[in-house]
Design a protein around this ligand. Structure first.
Ligand code: G6Q
Length: 554
């Protein structure tokens, strides 16, 4: 049934007209004149006071350009936007993805067996647990060698085929938790419709030792189905028998019929539900490749970490709530201080794909231009997220963060204990993290530069303005549990921001137009005779040129 959005006109007063928003605007005019140096000088305990800890994650937000009044006003804004009630609504299974008329219940994926969460009057927790049990049994069989390929050899390679939410979470989690993975298993991830992705992923693999995990919520996604067909042909070319599919392909999907049509036995399918959004699905059956790599025990620890952050988010007061603070301070930076991007800077090589994962989570969720009621928005929504692991970025783009003309808030992420026994290198890594946030906040004044004996003409070049805000997130060790808390922290901070901005954080209509146009263009490229083109003159010329050069090269 199509949602009746028109029946919901202007349920909320416009955000920018709210007294709390106006108060923040007025406060910003004053606080913008204050340097972080002054805020720290005024309050010697600021570095300890402006920090919260929950579920083993420590968030230091003292290097943000906020004071007690900023936080009071931000919390008042959250209250005016009914944040607490909206949080309850999500956990209760309300239809908060309004444009797709769906509940949003990734929190049910990590709920303990004792919890009851109802969707259409039915408790979904038993079904979640039952899929987890099937995944665990299957993973144990593959990891132990009990599950063999068509020729009787054990599986040594797992290739995850999926894209977007069916790829970014699994690949990020595999990289992040590689330390815990079974090293005899080779994991590969294929997402792009560019054939290079598939060809390179399987180039050095033997088909009779390879298991494909085809992940697609809808099982209609062009890229994934194209790659899955390429994988089937590759496999059958080597093994020469249709029967091999049953031993070398499993599917993760909500669409059993399409899985069967592809030729995968539904008994080799792991299901999930339409109330799990793609970018919120890494802890559903979409995490099968993660579980194959790290084992069911570690996967359960990952879920426990997610759940611990869920409990904190649902119960902690707004002013001491990690996801709420992260979300609200993000709004302060974007909507009041005017920052257009956020740099995510994990000081841990294992988190190399974390910024890419966060890009989808944040920007696909909150890159919206109308309110939940369909009214145009007169304030900025999601900033651009980007980043790279430290210390690499320090030798490239940090220059702009330190001395450029834009304000770029940073999220630094680090761990106290290294996973590899090179303690000295770990201390160096962490020294760099701490030094960067310090340099960004406090900079280097003209007087300090001159005191170093720098030639007058160079002084302006050597000055660091400082006053550049950052969060620091610290955990003891990069465990599956810690990763769960970290991902849930960002999931919920996205929810907090979407609630304040009054947008639907759980739809993604923006990807549809490109998909529809690509379908039509693909037919025009494939057409044997010269197609009639009625795009704009640029697109027409590009298609003609491509076709002509392709023909000339044949
Ligand atoms: C995520 C998006 C999108 C989706 C992919 C893959 O929230 O919906 O990234 O995950 O388009 O979709 P399928 O899993 O249906 O193939």
């Amino acid at each position: 049934m199509a949602p009746n959005l028109a029946a919901n006109p202007q349920r909320h007063p416009s955000l920018t007209a709210r007294p709390e928003w106006r108060a923040l605007n007025a406060h910003c005019v004053e606080l913008a004149k204050v340097h972080l140096r002054d805020l720290f000088a005024k309050d010697p305990a600021r570095g300890q006071r402006l920090a919260v800890e929950a579920a083993g994650l420590y968030l230091d937000y003292s290097k943000q350009r906020v004071d007690a009044e900023t936080l009071r006003l931000l919390v008042a804004l959250a209250e005016a936007c009914n944040l607490q009630a909206r949080i309850e609504g999500m956990f209760r299974g309300d239809i908060i993805n309004v444009t797709e008329q769906r509940a949003v219940l990734h929190v049910a994926l990590r709920a303990p067996a004792t919890e009851r969460i109802l969707v259409d009057g039915e408790d979904v927790v038993p079904a979640v647990r039952s899929v987890l049990d099937r995944m665990a049994a299957f993973s144990e069989r593959v990891r132990s060698g009990a599950w063999t390929g068509h020729t009787g050899k054990r599986i040594r390679n797992i290739v995850n085929i999926g894209i977007g939410g069916s790829d970014l979470g699994p690949v990020m989690a595999y990289q992040a938790l590689r330390h815990y993975s079974q090293r005899e298993l080779t994991l590969r991830f294929v997402s792009n419709v560019d054939g290079t992705d598939f060809v390179e992923a399987v180039a050095d693999l033997e088909a009779d030792e390879t298991l494909f995990v085809v992940c697609s919520k809808t099982f209609t996604t062009l890229e994934t189905l194209t790659n899955a067909h390429a994988a089937r042909s590759w496999c059958l070319r080597a093994l020469g028998n249709d029967q091999a599919v049953a031993k070398h392909f499993v599917a993760v999907s909500t669409n059993a019929r399409a899985v069967a049509q592809f030729g995968i036995d539904p008994s080799n399918m792991f299901g999930f539900w339409d109330w799990v959004g793609g970018r919120y699905s890494m802890d559903s059956a979409i995490g099968l490749s993660t579980m194959l790599a790290i084992g069911p025990g570690h996967f359960r620890e990952l879920l426990d970490g997610f759940h611990a952050m869920d409990v904190h988010f649902r119960s902690a007061p707004l002013a001491a709530n990690l996801p709420v603070l992260l979300g609200l301070i993000g709004i302060w930076n974007s909507n009041f201080l005017g920052a257009e991007t956020v740099a995510v800077l994990p000081y841990d090589q294992y988190l190399q794909r974390f910024p890419a994962y966060l890009q989808q989570l944040t920007m696909e969720s909150n890159g919206k231009h109308v309110t939940i009621d369909g009214n145009p928005i007169d304030y900025a929504t999601s900033p651009v997220y980007w980043g790279e692991p430290g210390t690499n970025g320090q030798h490239s783009f940090y220059q702009l963060i330190h001395q450029g003309t834009r304000l770029i808030p940073c999220d630094f992420i680090g761990f106290v204990e290294p996973l590899n026994p090179l303690q000295e290198q770990h201390d160096l890594l962490m020294a760099n993290l701490f030094a960067q946030s310090e340099a960004l906040a406090f900079g280097k004044t003209t007087e300090e530069v001159m005191a170093d004996g720098i030639a007058d003409s160079l002084v302006p070049h050597r000055v660091f303005e400082g006053n550049r805000p950052s969060h620091t997130l610290l955990a003891e060790r990069l465990t599956p549990y810690a990763l769960g808390t970290l991902v849930a922290l960002y999931e919920h901070s996205v929810f907090v921001q979407g609630t304040i901005w009054n947008i639907d954080s759980f739809d993604q209509w923006g990807v549809e137009l490109g998909k529809a146009l690509a379908k039509r263009t693909a037919q025009e490229l494939a057409s044997v005779s010269e197609p009639e083109l009625d795009h704009d003159s640029s697109t027409n010329a590009l298609i003609r040129r491509y076709r002509a050069l392709r023909e000339a090269g044949r």
